[in-house]
Design a protein around this ligand. Structure first.
Ligand code: ZN
Length: 408
C-alpha cells in the first residue's frame, strides 16, 4: 500500500491527526547519506517522522528511529533512507504531489489541500527540481533573452535567461548587475557563447557590458517590451507633472486618465475612450505625450527595416522638440541605442511570446511571495517555466507477493 521501495512496515498506530506507520529500510547496516556505502552505526535519533500522501482524509506519517552512519570516507552523517531525501520531512511521493499542485494552483489551494505552510512549499520545490531538472539546459542555445524580475516588494532581484526558441527559462540567479550575468556566460563557456546568434536585453548598462564582453559576435537586441515600458514611464511622468499644475477641475479629469493612457488603444473600454477623446481639449501636452508613446509602439510593430529606421529618426526629432522633459530624456537613450532597438524589428522575434513569458514569470513571482529565499523563487520559476511535466501521484493495490513496487 505504501508504494515505497526497500521499506518494511513494523507497526501501525494512530495519533491525533491520523495514521502513523513505523517503518524500516530493508537493509540492516545504515547507509551513508553522502556516498551511499553501508557503514557502522554511530547513534540513533528517536521517532523522526515524515509526511506521506494522505489516506482516507487523514494525515499519514511514517516513523523511524534514524541512525547516524559512521562512514570511513565522509565522517558521521545521518543515514540515507529509501523513502525521502535526507534533509526532508516529507516522502518523495508527497513532495512530487505537492510540486504537481504548486505548478498549477494558487498558494491557498496548495497549502490548504496539502496541510503545509506555504514557506515549506518553497523548499520542497527546490528538492523536487533538483531531482527532475534535465542535466544541462544550456545546451544548444542560439537566441536568448535576459530579463530581471523583482520580488519582495522590489527590494531584491533575480536575473533570468530565457531560450527564445523554446520559450523556456534556462538559467536564473539572484542579483541584477554585470557580475550576475557574467556568471551565466562563465557557466555557458566560450564554445557555447560563440554559438549565440542574438541576445535580447533591456538597455541597462550592466547587461550591455556583460553581453558584449562575453559574446561580442552575437547581435545585441533591445527588447521592445522594455523600450515601450520606458515610454510608458515617461508618459506617466508627464501626466503627474501636469496633474500637479492643473486647476481643481482639470486635476480630476486628468487623474482618471492614468490607466487609459497606458493601455494599447485597441484595448480601451468605451469609458476610457471617452476620457481620452476629451484629452486634447483638457491638456494638449499630455495628449502629445500619449501620441509619442503610441507612435513608438507603432514603429516597433515591425514591417520593413528601412521604413522603421526612417520612422524612428522622425520620432527622435519629434520627441526632441516636444518640450516634454521626460521624453527629451528618453529620446537620448533611444538615440544612443537605436541600432539595438531597430535590431528588434528585423529579428522576427515575437513580442507576444516575450510578453507572455514576462507575464507568467511575474505572476509566479507574486505567487512565490512568502518564500523566504531567492532559491525558492528560482525553483518555482523553473518548476513552471522550464517545460517540466509532472503527474499527480496515484497508487494501486498490489498483490502481497514479491518485492515492494515503485510509486507509479
Ligand atoms: Zn560516506
Amino acid at each position: 500500500m505504501l508504494g515505497l521501495e526497500d521499506t518494511r512496515v513494523v507497526d501501525v498506530s494512530f495519533d491525533e491527526e491520523g495514521l502513523v506507520v513505523d517503518i524500516k529500510p530493508t537493509w540492516r547496516r545504515p547507509r551513508c547519506s553522502e556516498c551511499g556505502q553501508p557503514c557502522g552505526s554511530y547513534d540513533r535519533q528517536r521517532g523522526r517522522t515524515w509526511r506521506h500522501l494522505d489516506l482516507a482524509g487523514m494525515t499519514f506519517k511514517l516513523r523511524y528511529d534514524t541512525r547516524r552512519a559512521n562512514c570511513p570516507r565522509c565522517g558521521v552523517h545521518v543515514e540515507r533512507v529509501p523513502w525521502a531525501e535526507t534533509s526532508s520531512w516529507f516522502t518523495r511521493a508527497f513532495e512530487d504531489h505537492l510540486a504537481y499542485l504548486a505548478q498549477r494552483c494558487d498558494q491557498t489551494t496548495v497549502g490548504g489541500l496539502m496541510r503545509v505552510a506555504w514557506e515549506t512549499v518553497g523548499s520542497v520545490i527546490q528538492r523536487v527540481m533538483a531531482r527532475k531538472q534535465p542535466e544541462d539546459l544550456l545546451e544548444g542555445l542560439t537566441v536568448i533573452g535576459v530579463d530581471e524580475l523583482s520580488y519582495r516588494r522590489h527590494h531584491e532581484y533575480v536575473t533570468v535567461v530565457v531560450d527564445h526558441v523554446t520559450a523556456r527559462i534556462v538559467w536564473a540567479h539572484r542579483g541584477k548587475n554585470a557580475e550576475t550575468l557574467k556568471a551565466f556566460f562563465d557557466e555557458l563557456g566560450p564554445e557555447r557563447c560563440a554559438k549565440l546568434e542574438a541576445v535580447t536585453i533591456d538597455m541597462s548598462a550592466a547587461y550591455i557590458k556583460a553581453v558584449t564582453e562575453a559574446t561580442p559576435e552575437a547581435k545585441l537586441i533591445f527588447d521592445r517590451f522594455h523600450v515601450q515600458r520606458l515610454a510608458q514611464d515617461a508618459l506617466d511622468q508627464v501626466r503627474r507633472a501636469e496633474v500637479r499644475q492643473a486647476d481643481v477641475e482639470d486635476k480630476r479629469a486628468l487623474k482618471k486618465t492614468r490607466w487609459a493612457l497606458l493601455k494599447n488603444p485597441w484595448n480601451l473600454s468605451r469609458i476610457e475612450q471617452e476620457k481620452l477623446s476629451t484629452l486634447p481639449a483638457v491638456n494638449i501636452r499630455l495628449y502629445h505625450a500619449y501620441l509619442l508613446k503610441e507612435a513608438l509602439a507603432a514603429i516597433l510593430d515591425g514591417g520593413q527595416i528601412n521604413v522603421a529606421t526612417r520612422k524612428l529618426d522622425e520620432w527622435i526629432s519629434w520627441a526632441r522638440h516636444s518640450r516634454l522633459a521626460p521624453f527629451q530624456k528618453l529620446v537620448e537613450t533611444i538615440h544612443k541605442h537605436a541600432a539595438g532597438i531597430l535590431a528588434y524589428v528585423s529579428s522576427g522575434l515575437s513580442n507576444g511570446r516575450t510578453e507572455a513569458f514576462n507575464g507568467k514569470a511575474r505572476t509566479i513571482t507574486r505567487r512565490a511571495y512568502g518564500f523566504h529565499s531567492a532559491q525558492s523563487l528560482i525553483a518555482m520559476l523553473f518548476l513552471c517555466c522550464s517545460g517540466i511535466h509532472l503527474e499527480p501521484i496515484f497508487n494501486y493495490p498490489k498483490p502481497a507477493v514479491g518485492s515492494p513496487q515503485s510509486t507509479h
